[in-house]
Design a protein around this ligand. Sequence first.
Ligand code: GTP
Ligand code: MG
Length: 228
Amino acid sequence: MILERNNFVDIKQITNDLKGSPFEGQVENLKELAQLYQLRHSGVNEIGTKLENLDDEYSMNYDHNPIHHMEERMKSVRSLAGKVVKKGLSMDLDTIRKNIQDIGGIRVITNYIDDVYRVESALTQQSDVTLLKRKDYIKNPKPSGYRSLHLVVSVPVFQSNGVFDVPVEVQLRTIGMDMWASLEHKLRYKTNVPKEKVDEHAGNLKEYAGELYNIETKMQAIFEDLQG
Ligand code: GTP
Ligand code: MG
């Protein structure tokens, strides 16, 4: 299992990211925003390590790796600003701190569907992890056909100036669901494709999401049979 770690966002990056955007000059304190990013990034590191350890333990005790790979994601400052505006909030840091829980995120790609719930339960039952939000788009797929389990958990981060509970967004999905989401994301953001074509592809993709789910269920059954 590979965890793709990324570097946290620093002041220079934040300044560059905001340059030329409608939000340039609106963030009153870049240092404090960078500190918020650093704290959220530490939360992502804590959760990433917990998930790596769980995968190692499963591999040792059950001869199976639930996690195929993971990707860390820090929201760009531009898309943070976009989200703040969309939610009708102001760009001040206290508001952001209280209302935006997905600045730091981790995407967990599992081998099978049951692994999604296995990982969720092993993570959320840890005494220092608190489940803040849960949306099960596997049991209730989005109208597009999108499937994933979205969680927001909080984890304590120990810093030189105290201990802070930090929210981290965790998106769990299978390899099939991830493959589907990548292609559907591409379709969503292609601007040069005629509308009829987009609609046709979207219709097909919705159907394929269901087919993929069925295939993954059947493959999981074979896997379980072989595990004994
Ligand atoms: P919020 O509280 O608004 O953050 O809700 P949420 O996190 O439960 O779901 P949201 O709809 O905001 O989706 C968050 C992320 O999930 C997006 O940034 C995408 O990465 C992914 N996602 C959600 N819906 C779709 C979809 O229909 N297609 C694809 N490809 N990705 C999606
Ligand atoms: Mg979200």
